[in-house]
Design a protein around this ligand. Structure first.
Ligand SMILES: Cc1cc2nc3c(=O)[nH]c(=O)nc-3n(C[C@H](O)[C@H](O)[C@H](O)COP(=O)(O)OP(=O)(O)OC[C@H]3O[C@@H](n4cnc5c(N)ncnc54)[C@H](O)[C@@H]3O)c2cc1C
Length: 284
């Protein structure tokens, strides 16, 4: 199916864009965490959301979820590993799935703290963001997984069923796996190393220890913008947009924290609204 729009991200910006596209009866896919963004829920008290003077982030997220439900909007709970644009189409890759649309709204939140040294040059040379897509390449081999959320733990278990040994570097508290071939690392991953063949050969931990592996899966809440859509104009980690939320790529729009400061719910929701209207205008 060719959608009118694909929205990547389920924070305030992505949800707001989805609501407006729904009202204008456009076909679209809203891709992201079905529980909304982890950041969304983290605020203990939100004091600057008009009309809701003392709401928590979690309560606000639940209100957004209820709004989606009431409008019959569902979330496709997947991580997008990459997107591509042709002359008049967008292609979006999420796990083993592939979707096409006429427009794209990027609502992926503020750029993650960054990729590891060695990570970006080794994408496709041992570094992967998709267990389902690339897990089979590492059957019987040793791999590492850098995991940022319990949301991806099932992917670690899946990889453990294929790989000989899985070294897990969690960046969140409480990660636990029972499989014999899963090794929980005590330090964090500090760098991904390559061998003479230019492919991944090891992960160096923050304790300096190097663990030899053939592949590294980076399972995070976001993918770096240059990996997500290489042609996108990004400055200082933020997507460059105009007042209509247009990026440098025709029919690709962006909204929310990913376009820069201030990092606020209302600004994100407002930009999601503008992006949706720009999509509607583009579609004609
Ligand atoms: C502790 C804390 C307190 C805060 N307090 C306030 C406050 O009081 N008032 C206020 O206005 N703001 C506050 N904020 C800021 C507010 O949470 C953000 O501005 C808001 O969530 C931004 O919404 P967003 O939609 O742009 O991005 P996010 O909420 O970050 O959502 C982005 C979504 O995109 C998803 N995503 C990213 N990449 C991909 C991909 N490749 N595939 C699929 N999904 C992807 C992410 O998983 C996430 O679900 C606070 C933030 C924090 C952390």
């Amino acid at each position: 199916m060719l959608y009118d729009c694909i929205i990547i991200g389920t924070g305030a910006a992505g949800v707001s864009a989805a609501i407006n596209l729904k009202i204008h009866e456009k076909s679209f896919l809203l891709i992201g965490d079905a529980d909304l963004s982890a950041k969304f829920r983290r605020a203990e008290l939100v004091r600057n959301y008009p009309g809701l003077p003392d709401i928590t982030g979690a309560a606000l997220a639940d209100a957004y979820l209820l709004h989606l439900q009431k409008m019959g909007i569902s979330i496709t709970d997947k991580m997008v590993s990459s997107a591509a644009v042709t002359k008049d189409r967008c292609a979006v890759f999420a796990g083993a799935d592939y979707y096409e649309s006429r427009t794209l709204i990027l609502a992926t939140g503020a750029a993650a703290a960054g990729t590891l040294p060695g990570e970006e040059p080794l994408v496709g040379r041992g570094v992967s963001y998709c267990a389902t897509c690339d897990g089979g390449l590492y059957r019987g081999r040793d791999i590492a997984v850098i995991i940022s959320s319990a949301r991806f733990e099932h992917e670690v278990r899946y990889l453990a069923g294929l790989a000989s040994k899985v070294y897990v570097y969690p960046t969140y508290a409480g990660a636990e796996f029972s499989s014999d071939n899963i090794v929980m690392m005590k330090s964090r991953a500090a760098a991904i190393l390559s061998g003479e063949d230019g492919k991944v050969c090891a992960v160096r931990g923050t304790d300096g220890e190097e663990t030899p592996v053939s592949g590294v899966f980076c399972l995070r809440e976001s993918v770096s913008l240059s990996t997500l859509l290489p042609k996108l104009k990004v400055e200082d980690g933020r997507i460059v947009v105009d007042r209509e939320m247009r990026t440098n790529i025709t029919f690709v729009f962006a909204a929310g924290d990913c376009t820069g400061r201030p990092y606020q719910y209302v600004k994100a929701a407002g930009e999601g609204n503008v992006a949706a209207h720009s999509v509607i205008e583009y579609l004609g």
